[in-house]
Design a protein around this ligand. Structure first.
Ligand code: ATP
Ligand code: MG
Length: 380
């Protein structure tokens, strides 16, 4: 008996990682070309559920394959301190860390491998020292260090300063390491305007996009077959079209179709049109609950009003028509358009036109319009 091969949950490696060949090639090229290769410093951005975390996992796997050490962290508050503690070598002959609370700023408990810092200004120095030592050890074994930071949009300024300063020291010392940041698109606008992190500007940008449908088709065919389910052209076509190439939806659709088939006819391992319909319906409900709802909740009331105005169209919306529907000046509406473009909720579709960038968001908004209108009025 096979398990359901699809993985519709955040951070779970999918049965087939599709559509990311170029990003992976760039990463490998960076590792293989040595320190100073442009793709040793990368920034991966994209909408929720596009596959950033899963791509970091793949990078980590590749690095480990080369005997590299990998440190993965989320960028929440205290990032630099956590990195620092993970870079400390385990104290020899001891199983416990001892931190002397009396240590002075900058003083290190060298023999114990414990650093103590007391201020944000101090942090870059100690982080840089710790990185340098750790990488130096790894280099002796012919390996390097990958630091992968997820949810980078949440990083605090001091943490970013500490990390970028340390990274620049590593560059000066020609150390064998790679640094990858992944986060929502807002991370770029947030950090790239900061003087202190101009270093991020040099990070190789990888903006993850939806996956071409022919690749989705091949992946579905292979995954269903390998998990003991046959799928013929019609249900396969329905499944592929329903995903819009959105990675999270690929997993949702695959998962729910597979599971409907298993439940409805456990003894016939063939996906029917009925299974496809049922599965797609379930996948849509899940998508609304886990993506559309939270995404809309994270926007401002006016952002949502803009989207509601767009949802009245069946295809791309004219920006002046949206402003008119909102009862606002074009300039005013334009500010919200810019914010929504930046957040990759909408995308430009030729001169004066925008469209939804998240699949089924239009349909979701129409279904929940009453709720969101009420919400907009009460918070305005
Ligand atoms: N290249 C891919 N091919 C197939 N499925 C993928 C791919 N990338 C991601 N997925 C699937 O999409 C879902 C979301 O992936 P992941 O958690 O990596 O997204 P994310 O961009 O990190 O989202 P978030 O911003 O919410 O953290 C998971 O179910 C994962 O298995
Ligand atoms: Mg993620």
């Amino acid at each position: 008996m096979h398990y359901n091969p699809f993985k519709p949950s955040a951070g779970h490696t999918p049965p087939l990682l599709i559509g990311r060949d170029h990003d992976i090639e760039d990463f490998i090229e960076g590792l293989d070309n040595g320190p100073g290769s442009p793709t040793r410093l990368m920034r991966v951005t994209g909408a929720r559920g596009i596959g950033k975390t899963v791509l970091l996992s793949e990078f980590a796997r590749i690095a480990r394959e080369r005997k590299w050490e990998v440190i993965r962290e989320n960028a929440s508050k205290g990032l630099a301190a956590r990195l620092l503690s993970r870079l400390q070598p385990a104290p020899r002959g001891r199983h416990e860390f001892t931190v002397k609370p009396t240590l002075q700023v900058g003083e290190t408990a060298g023999s114990l491998g414990v650093y103590h810092y007391q201020s944000a200004e101090q942090m870059p120095l100690t982080l840089s020292e710790a990185m340098d030592r750790r990488i130096h050890e790894l280099e002796k074994k012919g390996a390097g260090l990958l630091i992968a930071i997820d949810e980078a949009q949440a990083a605090e300024r001091d943490d970013m300063i500490a990390i970028s300063t340390a990274a620049q020291d590593m560059n000066i010392n020609n150390r064998d390491y790679a640094l990858v940041f992944a986060g929502l698109p807002s991370m770029s606008s947030k950090w790239l305007n900061e003087d202190a992190t101009t270093f991020m500007r040099r990070a190789d940008p990888h903006m993850l996009q939806d996956i071409p449908l022919d690749e989705v088709k091949r992946a579905f065919e292979d995954t269903f077959r390998e998990s003991g389910m046959a799928i013929s052209d019609t249900p396969l076509h329905m499944a592929v079209e329903a995903t819009y190439g959105y990675p999270f939806m690929i997993q949702l659709v695959g998962y729910h179709i597979w599971s409907s088939a298993r439940r409805n006819h456990p003894d016939t391992p063939t996906i029917s049109v009925e299974d496809a319909k049922l599965g797609i319906g379930k996948a849509l409900t899940r998508l609304g609950d886990t993506v559309h709802g939270p995404e809309l909740d994270s926007l401002s009331p006016v952002d949502r009003t803009y989207l509601l105005a767009m949802a009245q169209d069946d295809g791309p919306s004219s920006t002046s028509m949206v402003a008119e529907r909102m009862g606002k000046e074009k300039n005013y509406a334009g500010q919200y358009r810019a914010r929504l473009l930046d957040a990759q909720v909408i995308e430009p579709k030729g001169y004066g036109l925008v469209d939804f960038a998240i699949p089924y968001l239009r349909e979701y908004l129409r279904e929940h319009a009453a709720y969101y209108r009420m919400n907009a009025e009460s918070t305005d």
